[in-house]
Design a protein around this ligand. Structure first.
Ligand SMILES: Cc1cc2nc3c(=O)[nH]c(=O)nc-3n(C[C@H](O)[C@H](O)[C@H](O)COP(=O)(O)O)c2cc1C
Length: 212
């Protein structure tokens, strides 16, 4: 198959500085709701990029778990590779791609850890087995085999039958405070619409159109 010949036209709709909500958080909420309503697969999945202390970038998918107080929240293992990066460099980018809607959103900002109370509250809502998984998985570390994890899971699960499962300290939320948000709507002939929000020091936003 000739990958270079794979392409499609984007023709669904348009976006402009006038039509966009003047508050980028509201605009994001509109678009993620559109993605949910349109039955996009994994509409809350976002590719987050972090930077190591050697300045090398890396990316992976996580799930957005809420937009609260104008911050974007996700949960992970603080000792993971991404957690190590964020402990030294709080800069992050989060990218949503909703192909069914021909839309992309790119958020850039900085993270803070969620409060223990916020992480506890979310941890409680996770399925029982996911909570056990969060306790026993040394995320991003090399392991001998899948069996290592399966055994640890069974042993840990046995400890909690009928009881509550406290959140492990190594697992919790990060809150992204955005300073730049770009909304991208695919258009025909690759002349896409791009509307950029740049945050000023006084927390107001400048809105501009970018060339495709
Ligand atoms: C659809 C999807 C959703 C995911 N959601 C999460 C998540 O919410 N939190 C998480 O830690 N990892 C999630 N992962 C796994 C991450 O992509 C990644 O493998 C893991 O966090 C380890 O990344 P790291 O080694 O770069 O720290 C998800 C993966 C996919 C494909």
């Amino acid at each position: 198959m000739d990958i270079a010949q794979l392409r499609r036209e984007y023709t669904k709709t348009r976006l402009s500085k006038k039509s966009v909500n003047q508050d980028p958080i509201e605009q994001f909420n509109l678009w993620i709701n559109d993605a949910i309503k349109a039955d996009c697969l994994d509409p809350t999945s976002m590719t987050i990029s972090t930077v190591s202390k050697e300045n090398t970038p890396s990316s992976r998918v996580v799930l957005l778990k809420g937009v609260e107080n104008r911050q974007f929240i996700f949960y992970t293992n603080y000792n993971s590779r991404k957690g190590g990066h964020l402990s030294k460099n709080p800069n992050i980018s989060a990218l949503f791609f909703w192909p069914e809607l021909e839309r992309q959103v790119i958020i850039e900002g900085t993270v803070l850890k969620s409060s223990p109370e916020q992480s506890n509250a979310y941890f409680k809502t996770r399925p029982w087995k996911s909570r056990i998984g969060a306790i026993i998985s040394p995320q991003s570390q090399p392991i001998e085999s899948r069996n290592v994890i399966k055994k640890a899971f069974v042993l840990e699960a046995a400890k909690h039958i009928g009881g509550s499962i406290p959140r492990p300290g190594h697992w919790g939320g990060y809150q992204i405070t955005p300073n730049r948000i770009e909304f991208w709507q695919g258009r025909s002939n690759r002349l896409h619409d791009r509307v950029l929000f740049n945050k000023n020091d006084d927390s107001t936003w400048d809105i501009s159109r970018l060339a495709p």
